[in-house]
Structures are given as structure tokens and as C-alpha cells.
Design a protein around this ligand. Structure first.
Ligand SMILES: Nc1ncnc2c1ncn2[C@@H]1O[C@H](COP(=O)(O)OP(=O)(O)OP(=O)(O)O)[C@@H](O)[C@H]1O
Ligand SMILES: [Mg+2]
Length: 239
């Protein structure tokens, strides 16, 4: 569903992503781990067409993101790490606006997401009054409106309280179980452990580990280290 073939991306002379090959199949919840500055956001932005690779290509649902951007983008949703909202709209107006942009008539799509994300109490207030967790739930809800086949979410749990972390985890798992491909970045090994079907660890723009949790545990067993020790050791050099 998401495929990177020999993808590199630099900012000036700083190489952020270095010859990346990665394939995330349909219905997988892929957890992308790595230290600050490892290249996670850069990698994700290339899947959603916000950055172009300098080399290689990215395909989403079989469409080349650079050559067929409309087709690729129509299949996906992106939740960035620092989402912005329209301050002077209520949450409901925001959802209706996004819904209308997708050409989806009626209010039932928005109503369904308001219910799923437990936003009934505050949905008719201006978004400028929302806490971080409320904003994050609204952005998530908007990302699901057009029933995307692929969801790209950059550090979705940061700044959320335990209840909202649980809510987001459960929804991401349920979406993947229903066939949505979820590409999620996180710094937290325990989140990747708990909900990821597969884990990718990127350091300095290169994939250092790619496999299931069982594969990662086996690697730990061979090296006689704990998961945390292994993770810290892998990601240490760039910190
Ligand atoms: N707009 C930019 N201009 C210049 N350099 C950039 C820009 N965006 C990212 N970089 C650099 O590219 C590298 C990868 O950054 P990126 O944001 O992709 O990392 P990340 O893994 O998402 O980090 P974090 O965990 O902190 O979000 C870093 O060295 C960063 O400084
Ligand atoms: Mg990032």
C-alpha cells in the first residue's frame, strides 16, 4: 500500500533520508521508531506529497505520489505532528467543512466521528478554546471522514493523557483490523510494542531494524539484552 523505492531526501547538504526501501502492506499497523532528527517526519511527508524525494520514488495504493498526486492523495489521510485548525470555527463546523471539501453531503459522516472520538461535549465550541487533546481528537476525526485506505500519523500520542492515548491506540488498531494501512511514528518503544504489527527503526536516515516484535525480541535474546537496552543502543549514535 505504501512503497518506498531507493528514496533519498536532503535539506541543503544535510541528508535526512538515505536510500530508503520500505513496503507497508494493506491493513498493517506499521510503527516507525527513531530518535529526534532520524528522518521519520521527512519520510512520512514524502508519502503524502508534502516533500519530493531527491532520488527514488514513493507509491501509495499503486500510484506514484509525484506522477499521480491526485490519485495517491485521494486514498490517504495525514495527521501531522503539529496540526493547525481554524480558530474561529467550531469543531462541528470544521468537520463539516472538511466533509464538504471531499464532496460528502449530509452530516452523518461528521456525526459518526464526533461519537467515536467522544467529542459531543465540546464540538459546538470554537476550536480556539480547545485543549491539546481536544484538538488532536478533532484532527483525527477529520482524517477519518473520507474513509482513507491509508493513514499516515506522525507521533499521534504526544501530549495526550492516558485515556486519550488508549482511545487513539484502540481506534488505530480497529482501523488496521478493518483493512486501513496505518503508518505511525512514535518515540515510545512501548507503544510500538503494544500495537505495531511491524516495527521499523530509523537512525540517521537509514533503516536499522525492520521486522515484527518477535523478530526484535529474538535479536535481543541473541545479544543477551533487554528490548530497551537494544533500542537505546541502536538509536544512541545519533543523539
Ligand atoms: N525544513 C527543514 N530544513 C532543514 N533541515 C530539516 C528540515 N526538516 C528536517 N530537517 C533535518 O532533517 C533531519 C530529519 O528530520 P525529521 O524531522 O525528518 O526527523 P524526525 O525523525 O521526524 O525527528 P523528530 O523525532 O524530532 O520529529 C534532521 O537532521 C533535521 O534537522
Ligand atoms: Mg518528526
Amino acid at each position: 500500500m505504501i512503497e518506498y523505492h531507493g528514496v533519498s531526501r536532503s535539506y541543503g547538504d544535510r541528508l535526512a533520508v538515505d536510500h530508503l526501501d520500505l513496503s507497508i502492506p494493506a491493513g498493517e499497523l506499521f510503527a516507525f521508531l527513531g530518535p529526534n532528527g532520524a528522518g521519520k517526519t521527512t519520510t512520512m511527508k514524502m508519502a503524502v506529497g508534502l516533500l519530493q524525494p531527491n532520488q527514488g520514488h514513493v507509491r501509495v495504493c499503486g500510484h506514484d505520489v509525484a506522477k499521480e498526486p491526485r490519485e495517491a492523495k485521494s486514498k490517504l489521510s495525514y495527521v501531522p505532528d503539529e496540526p493547525h485548525l481554524y480558530d474561529k470555527l467550531t469543531g462541528r463546523e470544521f468537520l463539516q467543512f472538511i466533509s464538504d471539501m471531499y464532496g460528502m453531503h449530509g452530516t452523518e459522516h461528521a456525526d459518526c466521528e464526533i461519537e467515536r472520538f467522544g467529542m459531543g461535549k465540546f464540538i459546538d465550541e470554537l476550536t480556539e478554546t480547545y485543549s491539546h487533546g481536544m484538538k488532536q481528537r478533532l484532527v483525527f476525526a477529520s482524517a477519518f471522514l473520507h474513509k482513507p485506505e491509508v493513514l499516515v500519523v506522525d507521533e499521534p500520542m504526544v501530549g495526550l493523557d492516558p485515556q486519550n492515548i488508549r482511545l487513539v491506540k484502540d481506534i488505530l488498531r480497529a482501523q488496521a483490523a478493518a483493512g486501513t494501512t496505518v503508518f505511525m511514528s512514535t518515540h515510545a518503544l512501548e507503544i510500538a510494542e503494544e500495537i505495531g504489527d511491524r516495527i521499523g527503526i530509523i537512525v540517521g536516515g537509514r533503516i536499522r531494524f525492520l521486522g515484527t516484535l518477535a523478530d526484535l525480541k529474538e535479536k535481543c535474546r541473541q545479544q543477551n539484552s533487554t528490548l530497551e537496552e537494544m533500542f537505546l543502543e541502536m538509536t544512541h549514535e545519533e543523539n
